[in-house]
Design a protein around this ligand. Structure first.
Ligand SMILES: [Zn+2]
Length: 352
C-alpha cells in the first residue's frame, strides 16, 4: 500500500482479519463507541488499505443501533426535508439511467439493496419503463413502502446472504450508501458478482473513507478518547484498494470517480483542527432512544403523485425532464478515487 494513503498509528495485531485480503495486522487509527453498545478500534489494513472496525459490531448490536438511528433521523428531519429528499433521489435515478442509456445499456431486471424510499429506482423506471425492479432490505417498513408506493418486488434480507435468490440473476444491481455498512465486504462483492448476468452492471455510491473517518482519527489524535459512532459505518474505503478489490472479483471499471470536493477544501482528510474532530463518546443509550421515540416517530407517508407533482414532470417531455435533473445534480469536478479527495465514490462496473 502506498504511503500517502496510510494513516499514522500504532501497529497492531487485529482481533479479526481484514475482510478483503485476510491480513491480520494493521494500523490502529482510532477508538470508537457505537452508542452504548460496543467499543471498537478503527484499524487500517497495512496490506490492502481498507479501514474497518475491529472487532466488527455484532449483528445484535447493529440491529439495535440502526433502529435507534432510524428513529432519531425521522425525529430530527423536518417533513419538507424528507419530501425534498424523495424528489432528489428520483432525479438522481433519472440521470443515472440516462447515462446508462447513452452508453447503450438497457437493463430489464434491476435489483437494489437498501432502497430507502425507493425513489432512485423509480427514477430509473422513468427512463426504462419496462424494467422490473426488486428491492432487498431488513426493515419491514421500507419493504412495505417500496411495494405499496412503487409496486416493486420485495425481499427481506441483506447482501451478505443471498441464498433466498436461488438462481435469479439481474442486469443491474444498485447499492447506494450500503457498502460502508456491511460486515463482510469481500463476501458482499462476490455475492453481487454471483447475482449478475455476464455483462451485468453494478452501481454503487459510498463515502470517501479518508474523509469519512477523519473526524474519528482527529478525535483520537487530539483527545485520546473514544469517539461517538451513531451510524454504523464499519468500512472506510481507500480508493485504490476498493478498485483492486472489485477488479479482483471479476469486475471491469466503467465509471469510477469522486466528486463534491468542498468538504476536502474545508480540511476533512488533511487539516488537523479540533473543529473537524468527531465528538467524544457519551455512550448514548440506544435502548432509551428507542423507548422514547418509538411511540412518537412515524415516517410521514407521502403520495407519489404529490411528490412528483411539479411543473417540469407534468410536461411529460422526457428530454426536458432529463435536462432539468442533470442541471440540478451534475458534478463538474470528477477526481480519481485513488487520490482520496472528495465526498463520495461513485462507481459503475461491468461483470466480465
Ligand atoms: Zn486488507
Amino acid at each position: 500500500m502506498s504511503g500517502q494513503n496510510c494513516f499514522v498509528g500504532e501497529r497492531v495485531v487485529r482481533q479479526e482479519p481484514c475482510r478483503i485480503c485476510g491480513f491480520d495486522e494493521g494500523i490502529k487509527i482510532a477508538e470508537t463507541e457505537f452508542w452504548d453498545l460496543q467499543h471498537c478500534d478503527i484499524v487500517q489494513c497495512t496490506s490492502c488499505g481498507l479501514i474497518q472496525l475491529d472487532p466488527m459490531i455484532t449483528a445484535q448490536n447493529t440491529a439495535t443501533g440502526c433502529h435507534a438511528y432510524y428513529l432519531k433521523e425521522i425525529a430530527e428531519t423536518p417533513v419538507h426535508e424528507q419530501q425534498r429528499n424523495l424528489l432528489r433521489n428520483y432525479r438522481r435515478g433519472i440521470i443515472f439511467a440516462r447515462s446508462l442509456q447513452k452508453k447503450g445499456f438497457h437493463p430489464e431486471t434491476i435489483l437494489e439493496f437498501g432502497p430507502g424510499s425507493g425513489y432512485f429506482s423509480a427514477g430509473i423506471q422513468f427512463i426504462f419503463p419496462g424494467c422490473r425492479i426488486t428491492v432487498v432490505d431488513i426493515v419491514d417498513e421500507v419493504l412495505k413502502m417500496n411495494r405499496e408506493i412503487h409496486g416493486f418486488t420485495v425481499f427481506s434480507g441483506s447482501p451478505e446472504d443471498i441464498r433466498f435468490f436461488g438462481n435469479l440473476k439481474f442486469d443491474l444491481i444498485v447499492a447506494r450508501d450500503i457498502l460502508e455498512h456491511v460486515t463482510d465486504i469481500g463476501q458482499v462483492i462476490s455475492n453481487i458478482a454471483a447475482l449478475l448476468k455476464p455483462g451485468g452492471l453494478f452501481h454503487f455510491l459510498t463515502p470517501n473513507g479518508k474523509e469519512d473517518v477523519w473526524g474519528h482519527y482527529l478525535n483520537q489524535e487530539l483527545r485520546k478518547k473514544p469517539s461517538e459512532l451513531l451510524i454504523n459505518h464499519v468500512n472506510y474505503f481507500e480508493g485504490a484498494g476498493l478498485l483492486k478489490c472489485l477488479t479482483g472479483s471479476g469486475f471491469s471499471k466503467i465509471e469510477y470517480y469522486t466528486y463534491q470536493v468542498k468538504y476536502a477544501v474545508r480540511g476533512k482528510g488533511w487539516k488537523h483542527s479540533e473543529k473537524l474532530a468527531a465528538p467524544i463518546s457519551t455512550k448514548q443509550s440506544a435502548g432509551e432512544l428507542i423507548r422514547s421515540q418509538e411511540q412518537k416517530a412515524k415516517a410521514h407517508s407521502f403520495q407519489k403523485e404529490e411528490i412528483l407533482d411539479i411543473f417540469i414532470f407534468r410536461t411529460k417531455i422526457k428530454w426536458l425532464i432529463t435536462l432539468y435533473c442533470w442541471y440540478k445534480h451534475h458534478w463538474l469536478i470528477h477526481l480519481d478515487p485513488k487520490r482520496n479527495i472528495g465526498h463520495e465514490i461513485h462507481g459503475v462496473f461491468i461483470k466480465n
